[in-house]
Design a protein around this ligand. Structure first.
Ligand code: PHE
Length: 511
């Protein structure tokens, strides 16, 4: 039986026969001005009749780095120096002055000097007491490296063809100077089989395939004579990646739902916070290491924040200096207004719950008050798979009479249970603002270990007294990591993925 092909498949077959080489699929699609998908479906047709096909190959492409691109425009450092000397008719110059005049950094400059000497274009000497450069050549022909660099002007260089020894060497040089980078790409090569190469295209019948029968075809009876394109009913349809809520927003919504269902109200506080609410009102001494620049982001603008009502500030000052009226002896140092007025990006949302204590005082509220916050905090941290400099905390307080550590534990256990983590452990811990303090860890099935989730405790009298909160009214408080919990929930090993947004994961993740 003779072979039948659709018109466009036949055209592609002809082109491939004329070219008589394997062709890069995307380049061929561009050349023929057809859609890549249409080309590949034609290749698929050729494959079915064993005339052609495609194979995949991974190829290294070389691109210029930003620095490389810069030199492509301005010339390599050695060329820049020579151009400067020639243009200004300078035959000798001190190295220091030449360095000053060049726009090069130390490393590139000295390497350029070395290369120029190596080319015997310049000599250097300290004979006059000063380290000087002398021009010793008459002309400065384009170097092999410069010629090679120019090949990047048009398109990325690809490594697929056999490289000459020289090219390998030049690539090595560019690589050493960080002027190029490699990128892997998969290339599809279209080929003809031996039959495809020798088949006489004139003998191929043109297939007029229809994928639809129209009402005209039915009434005219033409449908009996046409080739109907068979439907492949076993193939799956294209995958549709519908828009969805981001995993981080999703977990925030879930957490919010849980606290609301437990009778809490959500509160918000400023991101740009005073040191007063971020540290002082939480009884964190003014020389506490957490306040240092390497841990905390301070703002220059605004330079200072306003402190709250004078007599409350005095009460906080007194707790630091001598314990005030709460029965403590305080830290025993002179408290500074200026340090308290500093402006920070809040390092924890405990600043926000602390502001809620101030509101409780001002509005002369009665317990119970149950509030939570889910918000951003900032710390000057080195980023890695488990640390971010900008992250979120799940914070909350309960102001009520006679509440105890048992209530706190119960609350946190219930929260994690509702989040799907029934195994939690609490251990004694320390925070300047709580006593007793508990650290909370959740058991991760994936990592097979206890992961620390955050801190909690009962606010110390030093924190609550300035806002008129006294025994038997107590404040249970906690601050938990959100991204850590998200990592556990979504089983991701790298916390940065939550913000880096790997598309593959975002598409797959389901809730
Ligand atoms: N603020 C603490 C932190 O950022 C957590 C905490 C909040 C601890 C409330 C005790 C009470 O780690």
């Amino acid at each position: 039986m003779g072979i039948k092909l659709r018109q466009n498949v036949l055209e592609i077959l002809k082109t491939l026969q004329e070219k008589n080489i394997e062709c890069d699929a995307s380049e061929l699609a561009k050349e023929l001005k057809i859609d890549y998908i249409i080309l590949m479906s034609a290749v698929n047709d050729l494959d079915k009749v064993k005339l052609g096909g495609f194979k995949e190959k991974s190829i290294d492409y070389l691109y210029l780095t930003d620095e490389g691109l810069n030199y492509l425009k301005k010339g390599l450092p050695s060329r820049q120096l020579i151009n400067y000397l020639v243009k200004n008719k300078i035959k000798e110059i001190s190295i220091a002055e030449l360095k000053d005049k060049s726009e090069l950094n130390d490393k590139s400059f000295y390497r350029a000097i070395q290369n120029l000497r190596h080319n015997k274009w310049i000599a250097t000497s300290k004979a006059t007491g000063e380290n000087k450069v002398y021009i010793i050549a008459d002309d400065f022909p384009t170097t092999e490296l410069e010629i090679f660099l120019k090949t990047f002007e048009k398109k990325p260089f690809n490594d697929k063809s056999k490289l000459s020894k020289k090219e390998v060497e030049l690539i090595g040089t560019l690589n050493k100077r960080n002027l190029i980078r490699r990128e892997k790409r998969t290339q599809r090569l279209i080929f003809l089989t031996p039959e495809g190469k020798k088949i006489d295209v004139r003998k191929i019948e043109i297939l007029k395939e229809f994928s639809k029968i129209t009402s005209q075809m039915l009434t005219s009876g033409e449908w009996k004579n046409i080739d109907l394109k068979p439907f492949n009913v076993s193939i799956s349809g294209p995958r549709i990646h519908a828009g969805k809520i981001h995993p981080l927003i999703n977990i925030i919504n879930e957490i919010r739902e849980i606290f609301l269902s437990m009778g809490f109200t959500e509160i918000k506080g400023p991101i740009v916070e005073s040191a007063f609410f971020n540290f002082d009102a939480l009884f964190q001494p003014q020389d506490h290491p957490a306040r240092e620049m390497q841990d905390t982001f301070y703002l220059n603008n605004p330079k200072q924040s306003k402190l709250p009502e004078r007599e409350r500030v005095e009460a906080v000052k007194a707790t630091h200096e001598n314990g005030g009226d709460c029965g403590s002896i305080g830290w025993g140092y002179d408290w500074s207004y200026d340090i308290a007025k500093k402006v920070v990006l809040r390092t924890h949302t405990t600043a926000t719950t602390c502001r809620r204590l101030a509101q409780f005082y001002r509005e002369n509220e009665k317990p119970p008050v149950k509030v939570f916050s889910i918000d951003k905090v900032f710390r000057n941290e080195r980023l890695d798979h488990s640390h971010l400099a900008e992250f979120m905390q799940i914070e909350g307080i309960v102001i009520d009479e006679n509440v105890t550590l048992c209530d706190l534990r119960g609350l946190l256990t219930e929260f994690y249970r509702k989040m799907g983590f029934p195994k939690i452990i609490t251990r004694p811990s320390f925070f300047p603002y709580t006593e007793p303090s508990l650290e909370i860890a959740v058991y991760s099935e994936k990592f097979g270990e206890w992961l620390e989730m955050g801190g909690s405790g009962i606010f110390r009298p030093e924190v609550t007294y300035p806002w008129g909160i006294k025994d038997p009214t107590r404040v249970l408080a906690w601050g938990l990591g959100l991204e850590r919990l998200a990592m556990l929930k979504y089983r991701r090993g790298d916390i940065r993925d939550l913000y880096r947004n790997p598309l593959k994961w975002l598409r797959e993740v389901s809730y």
